[in-house]
Every structure is written in C-alpha cells, then in structure tokens.
Design a protein around this ligand. Structure first.
Ligand SMILES: NC(=O)c1ccc[n+]([C@@H]2O[C@H](COP(=O)([O-])OP(=O)(O)OC[C@H]3O[C@@H](n4cnc5c(N)ncnc54)[C@H](OP(=O)(O)O)[C@@H]3O)[C@@H](O)[C@H]2O)c1
Length: 213
C-alpha cells in the first residue's frame, strides 16, 4: 500500500518502521521538514520525506501521528491541497489530559469525530491509540489486539490489513459512534499507569472460545 504518515514523532517512527519492513511504500511529512528527512533516513527501505500534500495524494491510508493539538494545522495543510476525500484516515490520537487521562472534548463527541469534521469526505478509523509506541518497536511484540471503529467498510479493511502487517490482530467494534468509548478506554489506561498500576491487572482475564466457522 501507499501510506502517508503525518507526524515525525514516536508513533510515526514505530508504525512506520513496522510497515516499512512489511514492504509498504511510505511517505512521511510533518511541520518540520528536517525531522521528516531524519525519520525517513532512520526508517530506510525507500521511505521518503515529502510535503503534507504529497504524503496524502493518492495514499491508500494516512496515519495522523500528531499530537491532538496539532491535528487542525496539519489537516488544514492536507485539505488545502484537497487530498483527503475518500482516503482512509487512521486516527491514533489521544485527546486526554496528560497524566490524568480525562477526555478533553465534551461528552457526546470524540477526537475521531472532530478529525472527521476537519477532513470532510475522509474515511476516519480510530486505531492504534491504546498501545504505547514502544509496543511496535519491540521485536517480539506480537499477540496484541487493536480495537478499531469506523463507518466505512473499505477503510476498516485497509486498517485491519495494516494492523496485521504491524504484527497484531484487529478487532472491529463498530462505527465511529464507538470512538468516544475507545478513547475513554485509553484515558482509563493512562490514568492507571500514572497512578502506578499495570492496566492489564485491572481488566478481567477471560478465556475466549475459538470462533466457529
Ligand atoms: N507515544 C505513544 O505511546 C502513543 C500511543 C498511542 C497514541 N499516541 C498518540 O499518537 C499521536 C502521536 O504521538 P507521538 O508519541 O508520536 O508524539 P510525539 O513523539 O510527541 O510527536 C508528535 C508529533 O506531532 C507534531 N506536533 C505536535 N504539536 C503540533 C502542533 N501544534 N502542530 C503541528 N504538529 C504538531 C510534532 O511535531 P514537532 O516534532 O515539530 O513538534 C510531532 O511530529 C498523539 O496524538 C498521541 O496521543 C501516542
């Protein structure tokens, strides 16, 4: 796939690294061209540093790997080139208060819906927001489940493929109306971590029967 990665920080590096190894064609862009060039060089495997518009034109998927405070600016750049309509736009952002985990947006909305409003016509999928970036940089990081939601079936399929290519298993929970719940789950995890608890000890370990075909 042709993947545009917006953002040059930890998530961009971690998932970009996984997808580069899986053989995808990747362009990275951010507000700092120097950081984009450095990340492309770090990732190797033909990864290119481009402008935001170039990273999104013709992309099969775009990863919005920027701080929530930066999404408006970077999407404005992409939209000014008119490039995101019909594109799978993967949203891993956490719009939560650092160290506390409280959602910053009013009840009844979500970061994913906010992003969909900033990029009309893009097919937004909430994904990758729960696991830390370091999960994807550990060579043995396998066996994780990535819950996702979105309204467009094609965009969900694209995201499922990219999750599997990163070494995890996707779980589609529903439409974008589930995004708030998924985002609150991340806030819950972040809140526990900052209180010194391992979040895995706070959820039940349930044995799940293999699905019957
Ligand atoms: N790190 C994790 O473990 C993790 C896990 C799940 C989800 N996430 C989410 O994934 C997204 C990226 O996280 P990250 O860890 O990669 O963050 P990061 O390493 O801090 O990188 C943030 C990126 O956003 C850009 N940015 C920040 N403020 C901006 C602004 N006002 N306008 C435009 N661009 C701005 C930065 O550009 P500059 O470098 O130029 O500042 C950088 O490219 C965030 O929304 C985060 O909540 C992170």
């Amino acid at each position: 796939m042709r993947i545009g990665i917006l953002g040059t920080g930890m998530m961009a590096a971690a998932l970009g690294g996984r997808w580069a190894v899986a053989g995808h064609d990747i362009a990275v862009a951010g507000r700092s061209p120097d950081k984009a060039r450095a990340l492309a060089a770090e990732l190797g495997r033909g990864v290119r540093a481009t402008t935001v518009a170039e990273a999104t034109v013709g992309a099969d998927a775009v990863l919005l790997a920027v701080a929530f405070d930066g999404v408006e600016e970077i999407l404005r750049d992409a939209e000014s080139a008119g490039t995101l309509a019909g594109t799978t736009l993967i949203d891993p952002t956490n719009a939560v208060e650092h160290g506390v985990g409280l959602h910053r947006l009013p009840t009844g909305t979500s970061a994913a819906r906010h992003i969909a409003g900033l990029a009309p016509g893009a097919h937004v999928v909430k994904a990758f927001h729960l696991l830390p970036a370091t999960h994807w940089t550990e060579p043995t990081a396998i066996g994780a489940t990535v819950p996702i939601c979105g309204d467009d079936l094609g965009a969900l399929r694209v995201t499922e493929t990219l999750i599997r290519d990163a070494g995890a298993e996707p779980a589609v929970l529903g439409g974008l109306d589930r995004a708030r719940q998924l985002e609150e789950a991340a806030g819950f995890v972040i809140g526990l971590v900052f209180q010194g608890f391992d979040p895995r000890t706070a959820v039940p370990h349930v044995r799940v029967a293999a699905p019957t075909v």
